[in-house]
Write a protein that binds this ligand. Structure first.
Ligand code: SF4
Length: 368
């Protein structure tokens, strides 16, 4: 079979004795006959090798506030050029981006975008970083790594928004090119992962420990709380205790609100009180930076000094309303460092979400 234009040889696979070829990118280890695609749909067997079929294609670009990823301790207030491709390696019934992640229609991946063009667009549009988001970048690893390298060449940082469902060897390559990550910890039981995502919890926990102990990637964790599925106080206590014990108190943890979507439409939206209670539990467990998301809760979105309790970064949705950090990231009241990647002042992007077409952006930006 000839490779389509957008196919690129994959790096992590091996041939099996029974004639199939196994993809080794994620713990699903799809075993494929010629012409078959993996569960993620974007990696396929062609000419006896595994290829990525969406290299250089995107499902759209948008300039977002970095807080929307969510990252509260990574260049607050700055704009991030965000994009995704198509497909996903988990099958979450509650997917909040299902039109992209479940896409098997390549009309979804319209914008042709070379790594260099993406980096250039980020520079010219004033973005400080590029985010791989909307669907999981693990499945388009070769493309994400090339984009990240092009970004680093231009002084642009890179952000992975991922479920962390990746095998050890590709994980090393993938994260060595990333500056920051938000890892979706979808629940804290194997049952949740099995029943709602057809995946496993253990590899995600391994990724979190790997990031903490073997990389310099700044990362934060997000858990979407779904009523009746993963929002019990016992489960939140267990998750918080694990984060405290294995990762320490300084990894920010976001509890965000679910809204009924995709195949999970029979559950109500998460009550704000559930999020506030989760934040209370995690804070009591010793975590220093715990946030609520997808609800109007300025107190739950503000960063406080863990030593003196002063407001360090005030937020109202995606607006920065207060900034009390010194140029080297310390509390201006008591001098205690706040963990994260900060500059002397907050960015001024605000809450805007600005969709962009790369071609139009290029044309407009190259105009005199
Ligand atoms: S990346 Fe895709 S093809 Fe590879 S193992 Fe995971 S789901 Fe299967």
């Amino acid at each position: 079979m000839n490779q389509p234009v957008d196919s690129k040889p994959g790096r992590y696979w091996h041939a099996l004795e029974d004639g199939r070829v196994q993809c080794d990118v994620c713990p699903r280890y799809c075993k494929l006959h010629e012409g078959q695609r993996g569960l993620c749909f974007v990696r396929a067997r062609q000419d006896d090798q595994i290829v990525l079929t969406t290299y250089g294609r995107s499902s759209g670009f948008c300039i977002d506030p970095i807080e929307k990823k969510p990252l509260n301790h990574f260049l607050p207030g700055t704009p991030v050029l965000s994009f995704g491709t198509a497909g996903c390696n988990l099958t979450c019934k509650f997917c909040q981006n299902w039109d992209i992640s479940k896409a098997q229609d390549f009309d979804r991946v319209q914008d042709a975008a070379s790594p260099q063009k993406i980096a250039e667009a980020a520079v010219r549009s004033g973005c400080r970083s590029v985010a791989f988001t909307y669907n999981d970048p693990v499945i388009f690893l070769e493309y994400a790594v090339d984009v990240a390298q092009a970004c680093r060449d231009r002084g642009i940082k890179t952000v992975a928004v991922s479920a962390g469902y990746i095998s050890p060897e590709p994980r090393t390559e993938f994260f060595q090119h990333m500056d920051a990550a938000n890892i979706d910890l979808k629940g804290f039981s194997e049952g949740f992962y099995k029943n709602l995502c057809s995946g496993r919890l253990a590899p995600v926990l391994e990724t979190l420990e790997y990031l903490k102990h073997e990389t310099n990637v700044w990362f934060e964790i997000t858990t979407l709380l779904i009523p009746g599925e993963n929002d019990s106080p016992a489960e939140i206590e267990a998750e918080s205790a694990w984060v405290m014990d294995r990762l320490g108190p300084d990894v920010p943890l976001h509890f965000t609100a679910f809204h009924p979507d995709w195949k999970l439409t029979d559950r109500p939206p998460t009550p704000p009180q559930t999020l506030r209670e989760a934040r209370r539990i995690a804070t009591n467990a010793g975590l220093r930076y715990v946030y609520t998301g997808n609800v109007n809760d300025p107190a739950g979105q503000t960063t406080y000094c863990h030593c003196c309790g002063a407001v360090l970064v005030g937020r109202d949705w995606y607006d920065i309303t207060a900034w009390h950090l010194s140029a080297d990231g310390r509390c201006t009241k008591c001098g205690t460092p706040c963990h994260g990647v900060f500059e002397a002042a907050a960015g001024r992007w605000g809450p805007r979400r600005q969709p962009v077409r790369l071609r139009a952006l290029e044309a407009g930006l190259s105009a005199p």
